[in-house]
Design a protein around this ligand. Structure first.
Ligand SMILES: *Cc1c(COP(=O)(O)O)cnc(C)c1O
Length: 385
C-alpha cells in the first residue's frame, strides 16, 4: 500500500519527546517557549501562542478580535471545513465568495465586494500551501478598517516575496496536524505582531486566567486549549528542518509534474508561481469533470484497488450536509469551487516517497483514465458487480 501522507518522524524528534518525559513538566514549560519562538520565526511574526489544534487557534483568533455575535466573516468555500467551523463556533456567519481557478482562493476585490454593514472580518486561506492574494486583500481590508484572520494552516513555509505566510493577517493560524508539512501530533499556533492580541490569546487558551502575585486570577471565561510539552518538543524539533522539508516536497511535486505532464485528462497545478514560494501541503491533480464527480470517484476506486491511497481535497464547505442544512445551499452557488470539488484528487505525497512509488501512482492513474475513456470496467467497478 502506498499511503497518502504519513508524517516524517526521525530519531532526533523521538529523543526530544523522550527528554520531556524525563522531567516533571509536561505542560507550560520550556518546550512551549522553544516551539513558539521557532513558529514565530517561521511565520515572520513577533508573537506565537501554541494551542492544541489549528481549529482551536482559529477560534481563539476570532474570539480575541471580539466581533459581535451574528456578524459576517467573508471567507472561501474551497477549504478544509475547519476554517468555517471556527466561525460557527463563535456565532459568526460565513459569507462565501467563489474562487479564482488559478489561485484556488477568492480574488481580493471579490472578497471586498462581499462586505456589508454586518461584516466583522476576512478569513482567507492559503489552500494547499498556495498563497491567496494576501497583499491585495490586506490593502483592501485596511481601507475598510476590517481585520484579517489568515488561515495559514496548510502553508507553513509559503512566501510571497520575502514575506512568510502568517505575516499577512492581523492574526494568523498554523496547524501541526500529522498530515501537515511539520507536525506536533495535534496542535496549532496563533501568530501575531500585536502584543496586546498575543496577551489575549494566552489568556484565552488557559481558562481566561491571568497570572497574579499568588497564583492565577479568573478574569474571563476562556478555554483549556494548551499544547502539551511533548507536542511542543516534537514541533520544535520538526521546525528545525522546515527548509529541508519544503525543498523536498517541492522536488516531489516536480517529479510528479514531469510524469503527469503528458497524461491526457490530468491537469496539474503550476510548479512555480512568480514572486512566490509554494510550501506544498498536498499534491492535487484535477481530472475531467463529471456529474457529482462520479468519474473522479471511480478513478479513486481504481487507485485504491491497486493499493494506492488517495483523497478528495476538498468537498466545498457549503456543500457539506451541515452547511446545506443550516444555510440552505443546494449547489450551483459557487460554480468554480464546486467544479474543483468534483475534479480534485490528492495523490500520495510524503517526505520518504520513492521514485518507484511515484512511477506506480502515475502509471496506475494513466491506466485507470485510459480504461475510463474506453468505457471499459476498471478494477473497482468490476469488484462492485
Ligand atoms: C488543517 C487545517 C486546519 C486546522 O486543522 P486542525 O486539525 O484543527 O489542526 C484549518 N484550516 C485548514 C485550511 C486546514 O487545512
Amino acid at each position: 500500500m502506498i499511503p497518502l501522507g504519513p508524517p516524517d518522524v526521525r530519531p532526533e524528534d523521538v529523543a526530544a519527546v523522550r527528554e520531556v518525559l524525563t522531567t516533571e513538566r509536561l505542560s507550560r514549560g520550556p518546550a512551549e517557549a522553544r516551539f513558539e519562538a521557532r513558529a514565530a520565526r517561521a511565520a515572520g511574526a513577533a508573537h506565537a501562542v501554541a494551542v492544541n489544534s489549528g481549529t482551536s487557534g482559529l477560534q481563539l483568533a476570532l474570539r480575541a478580535l471580539a466581533p459581535e455575535r451574528g456578524a459576517e466573516v467573508v471567507t472561501t468555500p474551497y477549504s478544509f471545513v475547519a476554517s468555517a467551523n471556527a466561525l460557527l463556533h463563535e456565532g459568526l456567519e460565513p459569507v462565501f465568495v467563489d474562487i479564482d481557478p488559478g489561485t484556488l482562493s477568492p480574488p481580493a476585490d471579490a472578497m471586498d465586494a462581499a462586505v456589508t454593514s454586518r461584516t466583522a472580518a476576512f478569513l482567507p486561506v492559503h489552500v494547499y500551501g498556495r498563497p491567496y492574494p494576501a497583499a491585495e486583500l490586506r490593502h483592501l481590508a485596511r481601507r475598510r478598517g476590517l481585520p484579517v484572520v489568515e488561515d495559514a494552516c496548510e502553508a507553513i513555509g509559503t512566501r510571497i516575496g520575502d514575506d512568510a505566510a502568517g505575516s499577512f493577517g492581523d492574526l494568523a493560524v498554523l496547524s501541526f496536524y500529522p498530515n501537515k508539512q511539520v507536525t506536533t501530533g495535534e496542535g496549532g499556533v496563533v501568530v501575531t505582531s500585536d502584543a496586546a492580541l498575543a496577551e489575549r490569546l494566552r489568556l484565552l487558551r488557559n481558562q481566561g486566567r491571568v497570572f497574579a502575585e499568588d497564583g492565577f486570577d479568573q478574569v474571563e471565561l476562556g478555554f483549556s486549549y494548551r499544547l502539551p510539552e511533548m507536542s511542543c518538543a516534537l514541533g520544535a524539533s520538526q521546525l528545525d528542518r522546515l527548509e529541508e522539508v519544503v525543498t523536498r516536497r517541492a522536488a516531489i511535486a516536480a517529479a510528479y509534474d514531469e510524469r503527469l505532464r503528458e497524461l491526457e485528462g490530468v491537469t496539474t497545478l503550476p510548479l512555480e508561481e512568480p514572486g512566490r514560494r509554494v510550501s506544498w501541503f498536498v499534491y492535487v491533480v484535477f481530472v475531467p469533470d463529471s456529474p457529482e464527480g462520479e468519474l473522479r470517484d471511480r478513478i479513486m476506486g481504481g487507485l485504491r484497488a491497486a493499493g494506492i491511497e488517495c483523497a478528495r481535497y476538498f468537498l466545498p464547505i457549503h456543500l457539506q450536509p451541515l452547511y446545506r442544512e443550516r444555510f440552505g445551499y443546494r449547489g450551483g452557488e459557487f460554480p468554480i469551487a464546486e467544479r474543483a470539488g468534483r475534479t480534485c484528487l490528492a495523490l500520495p505525497f510524503f517526505h520518504r516517497i520513492t521514485e518507484e512509488q511515484i512511477d506506480r501512482v502515475v502509471e496506475t492513474l494513466g491506466a485507470t483514465l485510459a480504461a475510463e475513456r474506453r468505457g471499459a470496467p476498471t478494477a473497482s467497478s468490476r469488484r462492485g458487480r
